[in-house]
Each structure stands twice: as C-alpha cells, then as structure tokens.
Design a protein around this ligand. Structure first.
Ligand code: UDP
Ligand code: MG
Length: 311
C-alpha cells in the first residue's frame, strides 16, 4: 500500500463532547488508516464543563497522533477553531465538528478533490434534514436578506465542515480580528472552492449548544461584521425624515397663508417627537454596535489562551 507521507491535520473544536471523543478518534483513524494517509487529529477543548479534557488526554496517551489543546475557558467555537488551525501542521487541514455530525467518510473524497483540482477549499454543503421547520425557515430567510447586504456571499447549509490547503489556513490565520465570523472569513479569503453535498446527520450524543436566541445573536454578529448597510440605512432614514419634515413644513406654511393660524397640532407634534426620537435611538444603537466592535478589536486581545497541551 502506498503511504501518503504529507500528513493531513483534522481540527475539531470540542465543547462538552465527552461522549464523542473516542468515537471521533476511532472514525478518523479508521478512515485515514484505510487509505494509508498519515494524519494528526487536533482536538481543542473549549472550556468544557464535562470530562472532555480527560477524554482527549486519554486518547492522546493511547495514540500519539492525537494532539489536545486545552483552552483556559470557553472562548466559543470560532476561537476554538482558530486555536486548532494555528496548531495544525498538515499541508491539508480538515475542519469538522467533534459531534460526528460531519461524516468522516466524506473527508477522503474532499481531500482528493482538493488535490486533483488544485483548489484551496472544499466545502461540504448539508441538506436541512432533521432541523426544525422554524429553524430551517429562519435560516433560509436570513441568507436571503443577508445576501443582499453583505460584502461576502453566504450560502445556506455551507458551514465550517471543509478541507483547506495550507495557503488557505495561513490566510485565515492572518486575519487577527477577535470578532470572528468564520462563514464570512472563509468567503472573504477567496481562492477557488469546490462544494460537495451530503445528507444532514442528526446529532448522536449530547445536545446542540445553539438555542434560537444564540443563533439570532450569531446571525446579527455576522451581519454587522461583514456589512455596513445598517450605517448607510441610518443616512437614508435621516434623509427621508428631513424630506418628510420639510414637506410637512411647506404644507403647514401654505395652509397658514390660506386659512390663517390653526392652533391645534398637539397630536402631530407628539407623534413626530416620538417617531423621530425612536428612530434616533435605534440608529444610535446601530452606531453603538459598530463602536463596541471597534472597542473590542482595538484592545487587540489574544483570540484564545491555552491552559495545557497533550501530544
Ligand atoms: N463548540 C465549541 N465551543 C462552543 C460551542 C460549540 O467548540 O462554545 C463545538 C462543539 O463541540 C461542536 C461544534 O462546535 O464540535 C458545533 O457545535 P454544536 O454541535 O453545538 O452546533 P451545531 O452542530 O448545532 O451547529
Ligand atoms: Mg453539532
């Protein structure tokens, strides 16, 4: 059997995945072993509250190709992926979830596609089977709306399950922003990309850490990270208010000429004050969102901190 020497790194962020680690390691070892492909598995423990870290340590002790990185607390999936990517040594890097929702069997095909076509990214696009209808409908709506306003094109079902060339990984690592929205970052770096489709796998153990609320926040985060449309919207709204206000003024003036002074106007005054102070508050909030992000970025804190390493 021909042994492929250049190792492939598999990077998995792990948060409360104690039940998945052993199966994940076995699946990776099996899939790559069958092809005679050298590999390393980089497992990043993202401040799990269960025994994930000891499961990773055990796996690493049993197989030196398993590398474990223990983050000092829960930094979030994006930071955990960044930590894993920065530790990966392979010429080809696979990024996938630890919960086995990303089928390992697909990876060899993806790697082949990357090598044969000489592209830098191969993404697996999942169908929405097993998702609640509300979640699927909201995601679809999200992609429709965001597609119109964002600097990068997002596609439904395309996530973090992908195979990257060394060049693509280095490009991702060169982007040091602490507010990381990887769906956007993957698109932003560009390079030629191939897509393959797969059927969604329903989660085996544990629960998804995403609630509808956290998904919404994530969506807004991504939107603001890759779009300044809300800021432009405030200019448009402002202009509209000016035009409306001026028109109303002209109308008042004309009716004053025609009918003389008409005193009542309490309702319109109050309505206008409430409406426009409302709009101003919202827009101030929008500006605040961007300033908050600038504040966070400008502090230039590290994206993650490690408390330990095995393997
Ligand atoms: N994850 C992480 N940090 C977090 C939340 C999640 O590293 O704060 C990992 C998790 O262990 C899994 C992946 O990110 O490997 C995807 O998480 P999850 O399965 O909860 O999301 P979903 O599959 O529902 O998108
Ligand atoms: Mg999952």
């Amino acid at each position: 059997m021909r042994v492929e020497r250049t190792p492939v790194s598999v990077v998995c962020p792990c948060y409360n995945e104690e039940g998945s680690i052993a199966r994940l390691v076995a699946a990776v070892a099996d899939t790559f072993g069958r092809r005679g492909q050298a590999w390393e598995l980089v497992l990043v423990n993202d401040g799990s509250r269960d025994a994930t870290w000891s499961a990773i340590s055990q796996a690493s002790a049993a197989d030196s190709r398993v590398v474990g990185i223990n983050l000092s607390r829960n930094f979030g999936k994006e930071a955990a992926m960044f930590a894993g990517l920065s530790q990966a040594r392979g010429e080809v890097v696979v990024l996938m979830d630890a919960d086995l929702q990303h089928p390992v069997e697909l990876v060899p095909r993806m790697i082949d596609l990357l090598r044969e076509d000489g592209v830098d990214q191969v993404v697996a696009r999942r169908t929405r089977e097993g998702d609640g209808w509300l979640r699927s409908a909201l995601s679809r709506l999200y992609y429709r709306i965001m597609g119109k306003f964002m600097d990068v094109e997002l596609r439904d079902g395309v996530g973090d399950f992908r195979v990257l060339s060394r060049r693509a990984v280095d490009s991702l690592l060169s982007m040091r922003e602490s507010n990381r929205f990887s769906k956007g970052l993957f698109e932003w770096i560009g390079f030629e990309t191939r897509t393959i489709e797969y059927r969604n796998v329903v989660r085996g153990t544990g629960t998804s850490s995403w609630s509808l609320g956290s998904l919404f926040r994530y969506g807004m985060d991504g939107f603001i990270s890759f779009s300044d449309a809300p800021l432009r919207l405030s200019i448009h709204l402002g202009l509209m208010a000016v035009v409306l206000g001026f028109g109303y003024l002209v109308w008042l003036f004309v009716s004053w000429i025609a009918h003389g002074v008409v005193a009542p106007g309490y309702l319109t005054t109050v309505a206008a004050v409430i409406l426009f102070s409302g709009v101003q508050m919202v827009m101030l909030g929008v500006v605040g969102e961007y300033i908050g992000r600038i504040y966070r970025e400008v502090k230039n804190r590290p994206i993650y901190l490690t408390a330990g390493r095995v393997g």
